[in-house]
Design a protein around this ligand. Structure first.
Ligand SMILES: [Zn+2]
Length: 114
């Protein structure tokens, strides 16, 4: 039975109580979506020396997928940008373009802010 070996290995993950060799916590944490699916697109220029950036928040994607989407959006906008703390940042005002791209990908982005 599955329970037998856990007492023999001695090394058990404190989170899932499985032997470390069977533990998937780390992989699960990495694959966990960062956002809640309420995708919000906004434009911001405050505190950035007057430079406008387009921000996308709430994407229900894990870190890798978010990075890939960021790359896709940046190339669609022909602009640079970053991913920071689960927020996609694209340099310049590209709200319309980003909204269109996200909608095409099956998201339901909302325009927020100015
Ligand atoms: Zn675990």
């Amino acid at each position: 039975m599955a329970l037998v070996y856990s007492t023999e290995t001695g090394r058990i993950c404190p989170d899932c109580r499985k032997p470390l060799s069977d533990c998937t916590c780390k992989a699960a944490a990495k694959a966990r979506p960062i956002g809640d699916g309420n995708v919000k697109v906004s434009r911001e220029s405050k505190g950035r020396g007057g430079k406008t950036v387009t921000l996308v928040r709430g994407l229900p994607l894990d870190a890798d997928a978010l990075a890939a989407l960021g790359k896709q959006l940046r190339s669609a906008c022909g602009s640079g940008g970053t991913v920071k703390d689960g927020v996609l940042e694209i340099q310049g005002d590209h709200c319309e373009r980003v909204m269109a791209e996200l909608t095409q990908l099956g998201h339901k982005p909302k325009r927020v802010g100015g």
